[in-house]
Design a protein around this ligand. Sequence first.
Ligand code: FE2
Ligand code: FE2
Length: 266
Amino acid sequence: MTSSKNLQGLIAALAPYWGGEAEIIGTYFRSETRDRKSDLLWISRQCWKEFYDGFDDDHPGLFVGPLKKMLGLADKIDIDVDRHEVLDMAEGLYEEFSHYCAFADAYDAIRTEADPAISPVMLRDVKSWPENDHLAEVRRRHRQDHGTLGLRAGHLTEGGYCGLFSEGMKLSGGSDADAAIARACSLVYEDEFGHMLKGILGLDNEGLPSGAWELLTELGLEQMHARLDMRNAQFGSPVPDARMKALHHGQGQSIAFDFAKADSAA
Ligand SMILES: [Fe+2]
Ligand SMILES: [Fe+2]
């Protein structure tokens, strides 16, 4: 993938924050306070995200949202809307639901009789958490104020360069929990890398007007700041305030963007 100076600049700006997100998750996995209960909590929150994440009433979650939309389009396919657009929606629904299944399988592998069984209905009790709601609100505002560019920024930061999935894939402590989490994370990793690429591929060919790159960087960074807090809270705040402050100042270890992988996924 050849990339312009603008695109390289955008990636360089985001890279320390992608690293920061991965650091938060790695810190949790290595922490001594990690146990079955804390694993079940973050996994159920991840399941919540995979099933219910949305940014407004028009986007009521990654399962119900696309289903509703596709139902409404049934009579419009090949008249008002391209069939491939609908196929893309169906593919997105399949992928996000398979992520819910992957993490729910990990939950089931870890839970004991004493822990509640997982289901989308049970997840309504788990609920979102304030930092996740804040991220959704930032994304909603960016879409509302900046249209396509705001949506682009959302794709660009989706999964935070797969920080959770790449850290989870590395787990090799030999426990059943580690194996179950590593399995779920490797299943989800490839899809989520693709979702993030949607935000990047083609940016150079769009002839973005002057100022758009700066704005995209600004929106992406605001979303990454919100992501850092969302992840730290999801995992029970494994990273102390002082280090979180440093991560917010861009002092995470930059992740090198994998251009070769981007090429093969394009
Ligand atoms: Fe997902
Ligand atoms: Fe996704």
